[in-house]
Design a protein around this ligand. Structure first.
Ligand code: GLC
Length: 697
């Protein structure tokens, strides 16, 4: 639709119809058709509760959504089609690992491909708009939504945000394989104090600019079509009502002109935040701040016409928002083809989709320890499989939080997959701890499948203890007394404290909830049909008391390990650092070299596979600005490369970076580039390697 047609349509709209376009109703199944017929609904979120992530929803069907669309297109005065949205967070029918697990792959290409698959599946079911990717930096694992983002580092999260957005949108928003992406939750949601969801976040301008904003800047540069505002208040303002953060940064600083939607009911929540007297005042505040669409709050529908009529709001503000919404619908091709071709939705899950998420599930697991017990021998052995998460009855736990359209009937439980992977060995399952201990004595080794339920991660699931759930360490201690090799597979929706697990087990595989193909992928890894290649996207604390302990912390005036900011009763380092992960071979990194070539810094190192197995390395480039006008972190990730490396072979890894690449953001967001001495590392994680110093002018 041309701009002229949009203007022409806008000119015909009543104030009520304009407010309707900015109103998003929940629950496609029961949405009030009367409201739709009156032109008071512009979009629908297909979710029947504000906690979609943790309660199963009715599946979406293109036929049902076409029926709803028909009401909007054929039974309203102007026939403006609806935008239909869904939380397609990590896959649709082919459920991928949770985004934290996707981050553990350090594989932007695969993240993009998996997003493209999710887009094609969801669009075929009639969904135009996916509320994903979530790109909140999370440094506090007590926060359940760490599961849903790409970890603690802005560079890794920015790379994966761009990849995911490209995957969702690259086919074209009007293509049956494309979908509208939504970068969320802008901004700083992961800083909720105490890890308590929805809590205030204390974020300094320096930290906002250098930690929390970069992934959203990357999303804007990647062309994300929509952004969702965060629930929380930072620096005295709820983001939903903050003109400084919304219009000031997204529109005026970055020049982005996409659609901004609030989170569920967040316009109405301005009253609860105590910054608006009532819903009417909240509606005015949110629109002025830059919120185009009011999700599930009914504030815009109820009050925008009245606010304009009484002169409290200029109609131009409403028109601006309506234009963006109409442009988005036009970009999705909805004015020309509002209905989904119902033949596109396949009853069966394509094998290629299943294979893709199985590959990702393999790559999302991080091997933390292995004293040689892995990979398990395939023949003439007896293995015990124990632990609460080995029970086939709870296989859906492995979908992870925010799984809405995955089908348990599509899943193969780990126990079944493990048996299939070991046709020439015995696999014995004991559900009860006392049976488990007895059985282990008769076996050659035991696989203990433990960790947290998906129901304990995700939204509104903050915990005070990131250790294992009750009883699991007791089980491991009892198994230890059987004096057989223990392989611990730890299911996680966040960084867990696995200190004692690592003391008790001979091998520890941290498995972020891996989605549909978790079972087969874990079996592949344990028997060596695939080698672990995941790397931590978050630091693993020794215990909850260490939180937060991000790798990119500041040096302070008394840096550890000297007498400095540390604890009396715990180490000053995490149990495992950001970027860490083992495989079934050994990589050796040479000393890093750095030189200036034609105005850029060229950093190199040689990686050798000195083991006897092929493997996948993830070389990470870190920098440190030795002297700067503002305090800089002890290390900052500024590049990474994941590559296969056959046994016995070497590869020179090289990164070229301009002085601008080494800069930081000032408190107003401007890039600061200062000459001086830097240290560079190319290393396997954030704590190892010998840095090399180089002056950069
Ligand atoms: C939820 C979440 C948000 C989600 C939205 C719609 O409360 O905060 O991530 O997209 O509401 O379900």
């Amino acid at each position: 639709m041309s701009q002229a047609r949009i203007e022409n349509l806008l000119a015909q709209m009543t104030l009520e119809e304009k407010a309707g376009q900015l109103n998003q109703e929940p629950n496609s199944i029961e949405v009030d058709r009367t409201l739709v017929r009156r032109g008071l609904v512009g979009s629908v979120i297909c979710a029947n509760s504000a906690y979609a992530g943790n309660d199963r929803q009715a599946r979406v069907m293109a036929s049902a959504l076409n029926e709803l669309q028909r009401v909007a297109v054929e039974e309203t005065r102007l026939g403006i089609p609806l935008l239909l949205a869904r939380d397609v967070i990590h896959g649709h029918r082919a459920v991928a690992p949770i985004p934290l697990g996707q981050a553990a792959t350090w594989n932007p290409r695969l993240v993009e491909e998996v997003a493209a698959t999710a887009a094609s599946e969801a669009r075929a079911d009639g969904i135009h708009w996916a509320f994903t990717p979530m790109i909140d930096i999370a440094r506090d694992p007590r926060w359940g939504r760490m599961a849903e983002g790409f970890g603690e580092d802005p560079y890794l999260a920015s790379s994966l945000a761009a990849a995911a957005i490209n995957g969702y949108q690259r086919a074209g928003l009007d293509d049956p394989k494309g979908i509208v992406a939504c970068a969320k939750h802008y901004v700083g949601y992961g800083a909720a104090e105490g890890g308590r969801d929805y809590n205030s976040g204390e974020i300094t301008p320096h930290t906002l600019e250098n930690i929390f904003l970069p992934p959203f800047h990357a999303a804007v540069k990647a062309g994300v079509a929509t952004i969702m505002a965060a629930f929380l208040d930072i620096d005295g303002e709820p983001v939903t009502g903050s003109r400084r953060l919304l219009k000031g940064i997204l529109r005026e600083r970055w020049g982005w002109d996409g659609v901004i939607i609030c989170d569920w009911g967040a316009v109405a929540e301005l009253v609860k935040h105590g910054v608006a007297e009532n819903l009417k005042e909240a509606a005015a505040m949110a629109l002025r701040a830059g919120i185009d669409i009011d999700m599930a709050g009914q504030a815009y529908r109820a009050y925008l016409p009245e606010l304009v009529r009484e002169g409290a709001l200029p109609v131009s503000l409403v028109d601006e928002a309506v234009r963006r919404v109409l442009r988005l619908k036009d970009a999705c091709g909805l004015f020309d083809q509002p209905y989904t071709d119902e033949s596109l939705a396949t009853a069966d899950l394509p094998a290629s989709h299943r294979t893709q998420v199985r590959d990702m599930a393999q790559q999302s697991a991080v091997l933390l320890k292995n004293n040689g017990v892995l990979p398990l021998a395939k023949a003439r052995k007896n293995y015990a499989v124990v632990g609460p998460l080995a029970d086939p009855a709870v296989k859906e736990v492995w979908f992870g939080t925010w799984t809405i359209d995955g089908l348990a009937t599509d899943m193969v439980a780990f126990l079944d997959a493990f048996r299939q992977a070991l046709p020439d060995s015995g696999v014995w399952h004991a559900l009860l701890p006392d049976d488990a201990v007895g059985m282990v004595r008769m076996c050659d080794a035991v696989v203990a499948v433990i960790g947290e339920s998906n129901g304990r991660s995700g939204e509104d699931n903050a915990v005070t203890d990131i250790g294992l759930p009750p009883g699991q360490l007791d089980l491991l201690r009892a198994l230890k007394r059987a004096r057989k090799p223990i392989v611990a597979v730890v299911a996680a929706g966040r960084a867990l404290a696995v200190t004692e697990v690592c003391e008790l087990a001979d091998a520890v595989l941290l498995a972020f909830h891996g989605g549909l193909e978790s079972g087969p992928a874990l079996a592949d890894l344990l028997v060596g049909d695939a080698a672990p290649s995941g790397r931590l996207p978050v630091s693993l604390p020794v215990c909850t008391g260490q939180v937060p302990i991000p790798y990119n912390h500041k040096r302070t005036g008394r840096p550890v390990p000297l007498r400095g900011s540390r604890y009396l009763d715990a180490d000053d380092q995490p149990l495992f650092p950001f970027g860490f992960g083992l495989g079934y071979t050994e990589f050796r990194f040479s000393a890093t070299t750095a030189e200036i070539q034609g105005g850029t810094v060229v950093v190199r190192a040689t990686v050798d596979n000195v083991g006897n197995q092929d493997g996948v390395a993830v070389a990470q480039l870190y920098i440190r600005d030795e002297v700067s006008s503002q305090t800089r972190p002890v290390r900052e990730l500024r590049g990474f490369e994941r590559f296969p490396l056959p046994a016995g072979e070497s590869r020179v890894v090289e990164f070229s970076r301009t002085p601008e690449d080494l800069g930081f953001r000032d408190r107003d967001g401007s890039l600061v580039v200062e000459p001086g001495e830097f240290t560079f590392w190319i290393s396997p994680d954030a704590a190892s390697g010998v840095g090399v110093k180089l002056r950069v002018d």
